[in-house]
Design a protein around this ligand. Sequence first.
Ligand code: MN
Length: 273
Amino acid sequence: MSKIDNDPGAVLGAFAAAIGSGDVKVVDLTHTLDPDFPVIVLPPEFGQCARFRMEEISAYDHRGPAWKWRNFTCGEHTGTHFDAPAHWISGRDLPNNSVDEISPSRFFGPIQVIDCSEGAAEDEDFELTPALIEAWEDEHGEILPSSWVLMRTDWSKRNGAAYLNMLEDGPHSPGPTPEAVQFLVDKRNIRGFGTETVGPDAGQGAHYSPPYPAHYYLHGAGRLGLQCLTNLDRLPPRGAFLIAPPLKIKNGTGSPLRVLALVAQVAAPHYAE
Ligand code: MN
């Protein structure tokens, strides 16, 4: 009989020990919340997402002699953030579609990283297609059900205006085609899709049919999104594990959050004896 059968604490104990020893490395996939970090900019006729803002309440002074604290404001979709199905009209009527209602177990899952960094370096409108996903699977194995697929583009290394890359005809940044998102949702049954760019869709995603296909198909199927991720170049193509619980905002359509990946540095401990 395995040790796990006798001792339910063994799994979590081994996990805690592996974190402590560094055998499991924690990779932070989060940008710092900062007023200078760009937020998505929509055409001027639409409402706009707010940047992160901070105001001091006191700093060990007459407003509070022994303590320092601040108030902050931001949008649900500011900085590294989570998209719930309620964010999009296609997910509007789904049950449990807001951040406070999603089952917490869905905030975890295996990670697969599809490296599109070379293509994105050559083409700012680089598209992730079903053919590219299948080529990745030929090399790394089939994408797991209920997993998170992260599209690596190294876009997180861009600064300032180059991040949104706003040109005369709108923003230009890489993203998935409608067919790629449908493949991941319908054929691979993924839990969520994440990107380094300001949204899960390409900068020119308004011109697809349907417009913004990642938002449309993911949220229409009750799936989740992450964007403004960083450090995807520190993850293996598969084998890492995601931790991404959003803030519990009532009826929230999304939330800034800390996104962490766990990466095992050695083979998992064996308890078969
Ligand atoms: Mn969003």
